[in-house]
Write a protein that binds this ligand. Sequence first.
Ligand code: CAA
Length: 258
Amino acid sequence: AAAYETIRTERTGRTALITLDRPEALNALNLRLMNEVVDAAESFDRDPGTGCIVITGSPRAFAAGADIKEMRPRSYMDMYLDDWFAAWDRLGAVRTPTVAAVSGHALGGGCELAMLCDILLASETAVFGQPEIKLGVIPGIGGSQRLTRAVGKAKAMEMCLTGRTMDAAEAERAGLVSRIVPGEELTAEALAVAETVAGMSAPVAMMAKEAVGRAFETTLTEGVRFERRLFHAVFATEDQKEGMSAFVEKRTPDFTNR
Ligand code: CAA
């Protein structure tokens, strides 16, 4: 495995765990951490032994944003020529389902990283926000787009224009997170959710992810058509026969991911 400095990775069964590990900077997303997270996620994604990927931080901070100290001196040309943050798009392109387990600060790029994941679980201490405006900048990893789709214009505008944060309860009410879990159970619960996903047929889970993701990219008619084609396609899998046979035979399915 690659020698990572800013993250820790582990695999349990078909579930992969990526833990952001820059405690001295509250997991601020510097270039190194970005490349490590993306590299780890892509490696797990390529490995057919992985059925789901969990990304988490520490109890104090999921991530307190992009690294302000690293960005401060940079010019427009520096940012443009390096295509700063473009690597994060590769995380969005990972086909394996991903779960963000958020405790503490999820600010700026931290909130954006959480929103890049497919399932978002929060502990009671989670705080979400896009405070970039207070630094004289705006979100750069999709926050203005994904937050708006997740919570609507009213809250997204207020958060992006004032930097106001949302606590876990508000984030759940607004639909940003699927569930709130007690802090001490967050990682275990995220891993349990991941294990559930990883126990499904991997290609079918990928198609389910692709279908829901398409809802954010297209019209309803085209999205339903896309879903219908994938729905037809699952009948080309062995796992469809296995899943439906197991139901009829009143037993647990044994998916082969084919
Ligand atoms: N970048 C670099 N370093 C950061 C950081 C960041 N985003 N967030 C925290 N740190 C560092 C602090 O500088 C501090 O380091 P030193 O001890 O060396 O000074 C260390 O982490 C601990 O932070 P604090 O002492 O500030 O901890 P706190 O508990 O008092 O406050 C906090 C926590 C409210 C999260 C505060 O750290 C904070 O406001 N951080 C910045 C949040 C932010 O503005 N994020 C957006 C960044 S821009 C961005 O993300 C652009 C984008 O769209 C991708």
